[in-house]
Design a protein around this ligand. Sequence first.
Ligand code: NAP
Length: 519
Amino acid sequence: MKLLHFVNNGWQEGTGEPVILHNPVNGEKIAEAYGDGVDIASALEYARKTGNLTLRNMGYASRAALLSSIVDVLAANRERYYEIALQNSGNTKTDAALDVDGGIGTLKYYSSLSKGLNDECYISESGSDRLSRDENFQGIHINTPLTGVAVHINAFNFPSWGLWEKAAVALLSGVPVFVKPATSTALLSYEMLRDVIDADILPPGAISMICGGGRDLMEHVQSNDCIAFTGSAETALFLKSQPNVIKSNVRFNVEADSLNSSILGPDVNPESPVFDHFINEIIREMTVKAGQKCTAIRRIMVPENQIDNVAAAVSEKLKEIKVGNPANAEVTMGPIVTQQQQQTVVEGIKKLCSDNVSIVFGDQPLDLIDADEQGYFISPTLLRCDAATDSDLVHELEVFGPVSTLMPYKSTEQLLDLVTRGGGSLVASVFTADDDFAKDIAPKLGSSHGRILIVDDVIAKSHGGHGVVMPQSIHGGPGRAGGGQELGALRALDFYHQRTAVQANINRLDNIREASCVQ
Ligand code: NAP
């Protein structure tokens, strides 16, 4: 099967050397993408001229209705998408739900947010600022949609959620989307877009997609465009330092990799219910999507006197994980998505083991279900680093698979030192029944994290999960996590709007405010 590009409101065949998409369960070829042959400059211009104008004239409420219509189309095809997620990403049902339903759920959430938003711009702050002795002279800030195109470059591990969590916000804002899914798993993004295009619900130019290629994208972006990138820090650096991006000051949001921590509070021991919640969360994070989540727990920090208990409890549960072909309902963990990544994970484990790290669980031969070594499988692997203060690699190397490292801490001070050596992370979770510890640790973790989840027995069943990104809360972290920010309800709209200070007679400001909306 040949993936096509959707540009200038039509499907177009690519040219050049194909990139082959594989089934990671058995290595079989399932599709091919031809990245050359698209005139990117004119495709972007079409989106800017046709898509942006139409979307902006529609207003927020009508654009929110578009999101609802997309939800209807995608929800009707959900089961087929699960099947594609299995074929192209080796997803179990749980993995596929996170990606497919996560995408649909985010669209649905943003379709409900237009209430009270004005047609041309919005005001998110109440009140005005007095600017001089004369109280008539005051200032407010208005947000108006960008007039360009939103270029979205996505990572391989969330072909559905990655596509829709970004598109939902851009489209609600009135900015057309030009998306480049990661080629290795582009089939799901492609099929979803095909269904939406066939349903004829989007105006021309609202969405474009290239499958493969796009290497010259950065040469053609303009100052009224924006770029939202998800992927490795290395690619992010390369793309955002392209001369045209710098020269035109194009907005650039980066969601990159990170070494997220999960922390067991000093108050918790195996008798406490919080201990079990902690162990279950580690297992979930290590095995869902075979650990290929940017938010997965990479470092497990526990009080020194609990490290043996935690190592034993995690190992015991990992023995129950059934690795193999997710088409078999018994299987609880599928393969790594590509052969190259499988290799990188194996090498990553070796590298970590050369720097004060040992294997607690994962070096035994794999007992695969309905699969063999043709597939890209890895055992869930628990590592242990007793001298975590002396090791750099364990805080720097993201092994993007079912791999997590356990390390002890002696004091809150040492704990914070270990956590921050990750250089900035997307998320940290803290498992504690001690209110004082929770109150103390949350602000201390704040400056190095985009999100903090604090779990006690009360929310043990209701919390979303360490690795689950929810549209109500922001996603993105400082430093090596990319320094970006997505989602977080209406906060996400900022990236697609220009904020402008309007200084005038207070009566005029009131008129403007009346025509806009205060959230
Ligand atoms: P990647 O290799 O950096 O690729 C990311 C995207 O960039 C892909 O669409 C890729 O396209 C594209 N790309 C690469 N070089 C390009 C170029 N020269 N011009 C234009 N586009 C280019 O990352 P990945 O392997 O897909 O993703 C894994 C990483 O993403 C992990 O480190 C993970 O932590 C991170 N991640 C972060 C988040 C987050 O929200 N923070 C979410 C998911 C993943 P091709 O596929 O065509 O090469």
